[in-house]
Design a protein around this ligand. Sequence first.
Ligand code: GLA
Length: 382
Amino acid sequence: MSGPAARGDVGERSWRAPGRVNLIGEHTDYNEGFCLPLAIEQGCTATASIAEDGFVEVSSAQRDEPIELALTDLAPGVLADEDSWAGYVLGVVWALRERGHDLPGLSLSVDGNVPLGAGLSSSAALECSVAAAVSDLCGLGLTPADVVAVARQAENDFVGAPTGGMDQLASVFGQAGHALLCDMRTLDVEALPFDPAAAGLDLLVLDSRAPHRLTDGGYGERRRSCEQAAELLGVRALRDVAIGDLDDALNRLPTEQLRKRARHVITENDRTLRCAQLLRDGRLTEIGPLLTESHHSLRDDFEVSTPQIDLAVQIMGAFDAIGARITGGGFGGCAIGLLEPRQARAAAVAIRAAFDGLGFGEPVGFTVVPSAGLRRIVSSHL
Ligand code: GLA
């Protein structure tokens, strides 16, 4: 991260980091497997400047009250519930100090437009933009991979969400017109061409507006089941079970629930690699069935979908989506589908009407475009 400002410099540094949509490869990251996310245009801009020594102040364009804390008071659990949004910002400052960086007093302001709690990684956008802005301002020299690691530490150890790292990787390394095949064991990223518009398609996102929180029990419980299955199978992670060994592995697991969780992860890794190969070969319009199979697996085996999302996926199918699925951690959040633009608009209207008829909350539909990852914003007044 270039161009450090000297301590005491009145300058400020602004960085923007995007949210993400995961095309396929869900609940595979913490199993050291594969996922295929893309960065979206919606993101967060963080601006860092030097403030009173020993203190950190956080403000958000989306909140009324700034929060100020002594740097030495920063610790997991220090924030009141109503201030939990600031944990993604302060967690980064905490993680940097944990790594031995000696930070000056900081003023951090954030402004984002990723829908909150929708499973589109508003949290990774906050963390990554803040980490880059502070690194740049203070001359910490963080590499993009360091930003990913710091952001993840903030989320796992300060906020307490046991997430697997895909979101931060997508936010930092995203590229316009591409999805990223992420190997979550090596953290290698391969950008693969993914341009729905060029194929005459829209990538429709349908935010069910059903609350989604990864610090609640369901996500951690799924993670523990996967770890238990890997241990019983004698492998480091479920990533290590090849698709050809699926039946044998399932026969060795003692409960139906463990078999379902493991089957999802093992088949999802395989679907993700097959989807990546289709994109590598320029065959985007053929990925649809893999997306739909992924949804069924997340609904029936991993059990993280909701009636709202299942309905949205079903309606997208009725409007000739080439494929549709839940995206993100689940337990609410968003569905995605690849549809012709006219059909995408019609599907969004039909989904809204169907939700209304069933007394579900009002959903929001929008299209997303594969976009650039973390980048510096040059302020006009510098
Ligand atoms: C959330 C987590 C990710 C990943 C997904 C499920 O988005 O933050 O790390 O586990 O859920 O694929």
